[in-house]
Design a protein around this ligand. Structure first.
Ligand code: NDP
Length: 255
């Protein structure tokens, strides 16, 4: 199982630092330019692709790449298999379920689609290779407090993310394309409830994995999604006079 060697391990380390840098640079750029998709979609970033196929195709590599890497592993240790399953389950939802539930989503510019596609190939390889080949755990890792706390964070985060996406989707009646104030669930506390769920999910995953690769992904997600949540929060405050003033941006009671 651990035959591929130190050279690839160094590569995974470099790619992890690259992922954190990518998240930090993106967060910096996003202070000036809103991430160009959804309500900020624009033809300036390439021709527009319909939301459903764009989401499906751009997210699919994060599902296929780890599964393809796993298929080459002759024998699995239980902690590695459970952790990889957590990653894959998220992308079963994001690539195969979420796109088909979107209601009247705004088209995605080609440039945004391409960036998301490359990100999913990069991160699919990073997490898939790390967990299938290099991460080593004691046989009782699934009983370790780090795994248990991390797994709960991942699970609760995923439930919040899916529930919040469900609330957003149901704000529109069939045929409507406008925006309304989201209410209920974690939206009572933060404007970016779906992003809060996803951030919690990957922070929990990083704690359960205890690998540099998973920590890099969690930090990158934190940087990118807290920027998007901040843009949404400001957008809501400008657009709706009656927007709840006590609602935070993305971390309940804190930020
Ligand atoms: P948004 O909240 O911008 O939009 C989600 C969907 O809900 C879109 O179809 C949008 O329509 C609709 N919607 C949003 N707000 C409203 C509203 N107020 N009224 C009516 N409809 C609304 O989320 P994203 O599209 O940015 O992200 C979708 C999912 O992908 C999230 O769960 C997020 O966590 C995840 N994601 C993860 C990333 C990562 O780095 N791990 C990066 C980006 C996203 P429309 O398209 O018309 O705006």
């Amino acid at each position: 199982q651990r035959a591929a060697g130190p050279r690839e391990q160094r590569l995974l380390g470099l790619l992890s630092y690259g992922l954190v840098a990518l998240g930090a640079v993106s967060a910096l750029l996003l202070r000036f330019i809103p991430m160009p998709y959804g309500r900020y979609s624009s033809r300036r970033f390439g021709w527009l692709l319909p939301a459903r196929p764009a989401w499906l195709l751009q997210e699919l590599p994060a599902l296929i790449v780890p599964l393809a890497l796993s298929a080459c592993i002759p024998s699995w240790r239980l902690p590695n298999a459970v952790l990889l399953l957590c990653f894959v389950l998220h992308y079963v939802n994001r690539a195969l379920i979420f796109p088909f539930l979107i209601r009247q989503g705004k088209p995605t510019p080609f440039f945004t689609f391409l960036l998301a596609l490359l990100f999913c190939i990069y991160n699919g390889y990073l997490q898939g290779r790390s967990l299938s080949t290099y991460a080593e755990y004691p046989s009782d890792w699934l009983k370790h407090p780090c795994f248990i706390a991390g797994f709960l964070g991942w699970l609760i985060g995923m439930v919040i993310n899916i529930h919040s996406d469900h609330i957003l989707r149901n704000l529109r009646k069939p045929g409507e394309t406008g925006y309304k104030i989201p209410r209920g669930g974690m939206f009572e506390y933060v404007s970016g409830a779906n992003f809060f769920g996803e951030i919690l999910e990957w922070l929990g995953f990083a704690l359960a994995c205890c690998t540099i690769e998973s920590l890099a992904f969690a930090l990158c997600t934190l940087f990118i999604l807290s920027s998007r949540a901040k843009q949404h929060h400001q957008w809501y405050l400008e657009k709706f006079e009656d927007y709840p003033k006590n609602r935070k941006i993305v971390i309940p009671f804190v930020y």
